[in-house]
Ligand binder design. Structure first.
Ligand code: ZN
Length: 466
């Protein structure tokens, strides 16, 4: 499989550090707001990369962090006069809701939170300070970029030009204009802060990702990914600090997804064309958003508009209908022979799918292969087809759509049924044990999920209220 490596600006054959295993780190959100379509793109793209690696038999360790301490979080907490943890708790829960609806594989994902790794972060900064690469100015610790080897190698920026272009603020305590903060001194008593050798303070954003990546995946990892807007300075600084500390490569492959435009204009808060997933889901299932995000190659800009979303929804329905028809045919089909020529046609479609995905995750062409499979079924299969060929078509459709993370509607309904039944049982048990607090807690939790319980004489029934 080939992937485009931003570091070398080339498509390269993917070679894992350890045979049969892949470690992926994807920069996650700063949790102070609801997520928008721009946040959804790396989630969907790299979840699909993970699924394809799994399809090829790899064992994948997938890490995506939550930045749960940051200026923006502190600002918001201050404005709302609540603890910063209230903010992060709320938006992590909202993120997980959206992510589940996007069919992002949450159960196989590790979500480290920055505040859980403060000790490791302090040790990391201490290590850089001991090597003479970081310097402390009255409680703020900076990374000296002149000490880094090849600073700017990922973004290929001319650092001297950048340095010259950046005005040094009068009050600056930095040695070089481009030096960045590893550790930030607490400015006010009320700010969240941790004890460190440099006084009370908190980690800088770039540091967080370096430390969480290293702690969970090791000093050198296979793939580090994120949106292209993170290349500079975020990823550049991650490389600088990690490679300076460990004297090892930080990541072998750097993958970046391109941006989203809205009605062919750049999406921005100031233009007011900023779409939250929570708004879109009023109109479209987020599976449609996922399918749309995969309809264009991840390194190309993708446009969001009502027309595109409607067309995507129709396309997805066509695939759902194809699957439904196959299930119906299978239910009535008789055992016969696997028609060789038809079977070969399916194999060819699978091959096309794999060729597309092997070529730097060309999901646009992979989707074409899925449509070809539906067309194949509509053209060739009917009540007289053998059970074998129908089964092969359906299994193939399930396998390919699983890689893309689509056609999950029924599976999700079943999972929900199972979950609710389990919770109802737990509630009944709690009531029998006279643990009414727990019983109420379960009822409230379900209510929050939009599930209303009704106690009837025949037992407990439930309904969806949103
Ligand atoms: Zn990051």
């Amino acid at each position: 499989m080939k992937v485009y490596n931003t570091l070398t600006r080339k498509k390269e054959e993917f070679v894992p550090i350890e045979k049969g295993k892949v470690g992926i780190y994807v920069c996650g959100p700063t949790v102070y707001n609801y997520i928008h379509v721009g946040n959804a793109r790396p989630m969907v793209v790299f979840d699909t990369l993970r699924r394809y690696f799994q399809y090829k038999g790899y064992e994948v360790k997938y890490v995506s962090n939550f930045t749960d301490i940051d200026d923006k979080i502190i600002e918001k907490a201050k404005k709302e006069s609540i603890d910063f943890k209230e903010i992060t708790k709320k938006y992590i829960a909202a993120y997980l809701d959206n992510s589940n609806e996007l069919n992002f594989d949450e159960k196989d994902t590790i979500h480290p939170r920055a505040t859980e790794y403060i000790e490791e972060m302090i040790a990391f900064v201490k290590g850089l300070e001991d090597k003479g690469i970081a310097y402390n100015v009255d409680g703020d610790v900076y990374f000296d970029i002149t000490k880094a080897k090849d600073y700017g190698k990922l973004s290929r920026k001319n650092i001297e030009e950048l340095q010259a272009g950046k005005r040094i603020e009068v009050s600056s305590e930095k040695k070089n204009a481009m030096d960045f903060a590893l550790w930030k001194k607490r400015k006010e008593e009320s700010e969240p802060a941790w004890k460190s050798p440099w006084g009370m303070g908190r980690p800088g954003w770039h540091l967080e990702c370096s430390v969480m990546s290293q702690s969970i995946l090791g000093d050198t990892i296979d793939i580090h990914a994120g949106g292209e807007d993170l290349q500079f300075p975020h990823h550049e600084n991650e490389i600088a600090q990690s490679e300076s500390l460990h004297d090892k490569d930080f990541a072998n492959y750097w993958m970046h997804n391109s941006m989203i435009t809205v009605d062919n204009e750049k999406m921005s808060k100031s233009k007011g064309n900023f779409f939250l997933l929570n708004d879109i889901r009023e109109e479209y299932d987020l599976e449609v958003v996922r399918f749309w995000l995969l309809s264009v190659h991840y390194r190309k800009p993708i446009n969001f508009s009502q027309e595109v979303m409607q067309a995507t929804k129709n396309g997805l329905e066509r695939i759902y209908n194809g699957k439904k028809k196959l299930i119906e045919l299978l239910a009535n089909a008789k055992t016969g022979e696997l028609e060789g020529n038809l079977s070969e046609e399916i194999d060819q479609i699978v091959k096309n799918f794999e060729v597309a995905m092997d070529d730097d995750l060309n999901t646009a062409d992979a989707i074409t292969a899925v449509y070809d499979l539906i067309k194949f079924a509509n053209t060739n299969l009917d009540e007289n087809s053998s059970k074998e060929i129908i089964e092969k078509t359906l299994n193939t459709l399930n396998k390919l759509s699983d890689v893309l993370g689509i056609l999950k509607r029924e599976e999700k309904e079943e999972n929900l049924d199972e979950y609710v039944e389990k919770m109802i049982q737990e509630r009944t048990d709690a009531r029998k044990a006279k643990d009414f607090a727990k019983a109420d807690e379960i009822r409230d939790k379900l209510l929050e999920m939009g599930i209303k319980l009704k106690d009837t004489r025949q037992g407990v029934t439930w309904e969806k209220i949103k």
